[in-house]
Design a protein around this ligand. Structure first.
Ligand code: GLY
Ligand code: MN
Ligand code: MN
Length: 450
């Protein structure tokens, strides 16, 4: 029972109403006084007849509201004494709630989500024109919800027509992403705590997979072990499709079939992270199916590890976002040169990107509510500096295609990636996913202890 009890607290919402309110106010403080911001929840999507995909709230919408239901729209109107935050949402409906689940309704939106006022979504056509009065600048990110895009455009055209005005510009919208995504890039203490939990649950899932792995089982069976840990911990879903690639499948970056048998002597690459309270973890480990790395596997692994450790060390305040990538390229190219897999001069191999036959992706990406999270990587066309509160992955890899005839046979088909989630702090990088064993020695010892 104790084992189960430790998981329950993960379900407690860790972001207070107060924080959602602060975010809205921060956003409004950056908007001019004649402006308005409009955000809509995305529509539900059909998976197949009568079955919907599990609903996932839009990250921007969630960031400002904490509201999880579809068919909702929020309006932010800065510069008013009161009544700055409006929500339109599904009305309460006893019969529909029996079929589809609970709804907050406008009253719930006011009471539990701090809306200054709230209305049934059907009323939006009637009420929105009044809210738009005198608002010359409309922040709205077009292209995320086609039907609402059309609704809003029609509303504005109707308003223009009725006012007899020709002054509205052709594209009346200002994209909200610039302001909002810069805010999302810096994680609050509460967000950091959720991300730490998401990373710890995911690290435990990788440990479980290492323990359960034996030659002859199927990739999807390790996927099941991974996702068992996620669901058991209250993280309802993976943050992205779990990748379990045995042997040569580890050389396919986004391999998700997960339907091959794991062979004695092969590696298995697992890239998996849970989503907890809408925040993602993103971890990769590559371990031997039988618990022991071959000499070739270990040699390649140690290059990737050295690149990854050096990359993590570069995630600190005085460094630019590009530096972990740069350093990983240098370490990997030198390592491949030392093993004779690449031939030539280090600087030239780097300049001509010869390493990209084996390392064809970047060393990381921002991590947050979206696994490839929002936030600019460059400011004024220059790579930006790391700052405390940012979270990035560091995930170099070497993938030697089984078909690469330019490489000695003994290396072919080896695919290795090592990925951790790193919070930048004023004391340097904090690896959120450090609970997952990482060196070959740690992994072999861990796997032997089953
Ligand atoms: N799991 C997706 C990525 O590593 O970017
Ligand atoms: Mn990943
Ligand atoms: Mn990643």
């Amino acid at each position: 029972m104790l084992f189960y009890r430790q998981y329950f607290e993960n379900l407690k919402n860790m972001i207070a109403n107060q924080e959602f309110s602060q975010r809205r106010h921060q956003l409004m403080s950056m908007m001019p006084n004649n402006s308005i911001a409009i955000l809509s929840a995305p529509p539900e999507k059909s998976r197949n007849r009568d079955v919907l995909y599990p609903y996932r709230q839009d990250s921007d919408f969630f960031y400002l509201t904490g509201f999880l239901e579809p068919e909702a729209v929020i309006i932010l109107i800065p510069g008013r004494e009161s009544q700055q935050y409006f929500m339109f949402c599904r009305d309460r409906n006893t019969e529909r709630e029996v079929w589809d689940g609970r709804r907050a309704g406008p009253e719930g939106a006011r009471l539990n989500y701090s809306a200054d006022d709230a209305f049934p979504i059907e009323k939006i056509g009637e009420i929105l024109p009044r809210l738009l009065e005198g608002r010359g600048k409309i922040y709205y990110s077009i292209g995320k919800n086609c039907s609402f895009d059309s609704f809003l455009t029609e509303q504005l055209e109707a308003k223009r027509g009725s006012a007899g005005s020709t002054s509205s510009p052709k594209d009346p919208f200002t994209n909200l992403d610039g302001l909002l995504h810069e805010m999302r890039l810096f994680k609050s203490i509460a967000e950091q705590q959720i991300m730490q939990k998401a990373a710890s649950i995911s690290a435990r899932a990788h440990c479980r997979a290492m323990k359960k792995c034996i030659p002859g089982i199927y990739e999807y069976q390790l996927q099941a072990e991974i996702e068992y840990e996620f669901v058991m911990a209250g993280a309802a879903s993976p943050a992205y499709s779990t990748i379990v690639g045995g042997g040569v499948n580890g050389c396919i970056l986004h391999y998700v079939e997960n339907n091959s048998k794991l062979k004695d002597g092969d590696l298995v690459l697992i890239d998996a992270g849970c989503e907890l309270q809408n925040y993602a973890a993103d971890i990769t480990r590559t371990f031997p199916v039988n618990g022991k790395y071959t000499e070739e596997q270990k040699l390649i692994y140690d290059i990737v590890l050295e690149a990854q450790v050096a990359g993590i060390a570069a995630c600190s305040s005085n460094k630019t976002w590009d530096q972990p990538h740069e350093i990983s390229v240098k370490v990997i190219t030198q390592g491949l040169l030392d093993l004779g897999i690449l031939k030539g001069e280090l600087s030239e191999l780097i300049e001509t990107k010869k390493y990209s036959d084996f390392y064809m992706h970047r060393a990381g990406h921002w991590l947050g509510m979206d696994v490839h999270d929002v936030g600019d990587y460059k400011v004024n066309e220059e790579w930006r500096l790391f700052q405390p509160g940012m979270v990035t992955t560091v995930e170099p890899g070497i993938y030697i295609s089984p078909d690469n005839i330019n490489v000695d046979k003994r290396w072919r088909g080896i695919g290795i990636r090592i990925e951790d989630d790193v919070l930048v702090t004023s004391n340097g990088p904090n690896v959120l996913s450090s609970d997952a064993p990482k060196t070959t020695q740690e992994i072999e010892t861990f796997m032997a202890s089953k």
